[in-house]
Design a protein around this ligand. Structure first.
Ligand SMILES: [Zn+2]
Ligand SMILES: [Zn+2]
Length: 445
């Protein structure tokens, strides 16, 4: 830097502090600390913002920059054809860096970081809620994700309304599909494998909270939209940016059919690898090593691997809550209604994990086999289910009593009673008790 622009001598120090900042919030906070910072920033806006962008994104800056700069492909504009060819090679030095761009870069880094944490937890290490990806794995994941970001921004789903889609001609659909292929065709085959693995991961998130036929259309909301679906436990999170009427037209909705897979299949076919799609899973071509691959349940010895469950992922356990009640209580209509209403504030929310942790405080009330089970341990699905079935009813009984339930006379068959499916019998007798008649009397759980 020179002092030709009349920045005071001490401005060098302020300048050097600012060009070493790594995030937008740290730059914003710095500007608020002193007028001198602001003066120097005003004199060197571009170079400081580029330096912060570069520190923030490192080697991902070119990909991340393209996401911020690109416009969506509009098949009705003739010039869109030439724009499309240059999109994947757009350079930060050709663009204008401003606070708005920097803010968009910052927001995308947050999305990428959160999705990497999630990806790492789902496919690498079930014990860690934050990413344990190696630098190489992280680079492959993030680069693929930024490329997906770009593709989804160029071909967003929100452009299409249900009425438009019903009226699209085959020619227009073929044109859009062709352009999608053009954008992806600039990447190496290896890079496309990586993209497809990350697309599979994003698809799994959508499938978890949305109907299967919504997977392809909702992929077009891009990484930020899909993260919102995950955080909200529902596809309603993207309702404002997507015409949900589209799903009624799914059968005749070719614009979204094979949103990623169709162009990729065509490219692989062209490049001599037509079978690739069948073998793709989210970890292929991204991970070198899977930490939890051989994880074994310490309570039953079952090798559950990536299906191991612990407090870091109980929040996402997807089981209808009445089915977690003990024995035939799960078929008792009153117990079903009570457990559903008493847990309404924790189901499908971040509070469900802590709720399961809380159930571990009831272990002393139940069978001795659970005495050593702790909320800090990992479990396979069937062991956790066994634990929940043995404890949820104890918690529910306590809640019912706290709410003023007057316990009726115990049913002889207790929680095993088959007649409790009948509402009037369920109301007249208490089934939150051990059987005193029947096959399981005196048996330990
Ligand atoms: Zn187990
Ligand atoms: Zn009964």
């Amino acid at each position: 830097m020179t002092r030709a622009n009349s920045v005071p001598l001490t401005g060098d120090i302020w300048y050097h502090i600012m060009i070493h900042l790594h995030t937008l919030p740290s730059l914003q906070a710095t500007l608020l600390t002193s007028r001198l910072f602001y003066t120097v920033f005003q004199a060197h806006r571009n170079s400081i913002m580029r330096a912060v962008a570069s520190n923030m994104l490192g080697e991902h800056l070119p990909e991340a920059w393209r996401v911020v700069c690109c416009r969506h492909y509009d098949h009705t504009r003739p010039e869109a054809e030439s724009d499309l060819k240059s999109i994947a090679f757009e350079d930060i030095h050709n663009g204008v860096t401003n606070m708005s761009n920097l803010n968009a870069l910052h927001k995308n880094t947050q999305v990428v970081r959160k999705l990497e944490d999630l990806y790492s937890h789902m496919y690498d290490d079930r014990n860690s809620p934050i990413s344990v990806l190696s630098p190489d794995e992280s680079f492959r994941f993030q680069r693929a994700l930024y490329r997906i970001f770009l593709y989804c921004k160029v071909f967003p789903g929100h452009l299409f309304k249900a009425d438009d889609i019903a009226g699209q001609s085959d020619e227009v659909v073929a044109k859009i599909r062709n352009k999608r292929q053009t954008l992806l065709d600039v990447y190496s085959t290896e890079a496309l494998y990586q993209i497809y693995s990350v697309v599979k991961f994003l698809g799994h998130i959508i499938e978890r909270y949305c109907a299967e036929q919504m997977r392809e259309p909702l992929l077009s909301t891009g990484p930020a939209g899909i993260l919102r679906i995950w955080q909200a436990y529902s596809c309603e999170a993207v309702e404002s940016e997507f015409d949900f009427e589209l799903f009624h037209f799914w059968q005749e909705n070719p614009v979204f059919e094979g949103y990623f897979s169709l162009p990729l299949e065509n490219i692989w076919k062209k490049r001599g690898d037509p079978e690739y799609e069948q073998f793709a899973v989210p970890s292929t071509h991204i991970l070198d090593n899977i930490v939890s691959k051989d994880a074994t349940c310490p309570w039953c010895g079952y090798k559950a691997g990536l299906r191991m469950l612990n407090a870091t992922n109980w929040t996402r356990l997807f089981v209808p809550i009445p089915t977690l009640l003990k024995s035939n209580l799960k078929r008792n209509p009153i117990a079903q209604e009570d457990v559903t209403s008493f847990t309404a504030n924790v189901i499908n929310s971040d509070a469900f994990g802590p709720f399961i942790v809380h159930l571990f405080s009831f272990t002393t009330h139940t069978a001795p086999e659970f005495d050593k089970w702790k909320s800090t341990d990992s479990y396979c699905f069937s062991c956790l289910l066994r634990f929940l079935e043995a404890h949820l009813w104890v918690w529910l009984l306590e809640e019912k009593l706290k709410a003023g339930w007057i316990t009726p006379e115990n049913c002889w068959y207790g929680w095993d009673c088959r007649t409790q499916t009948n509402r009037s019998h369920a109301e007249r007798r208490n089934h939150f008790c051990a059987p005193t008649k029947g096959d399981s009397v005196g048996k330990l759980e």
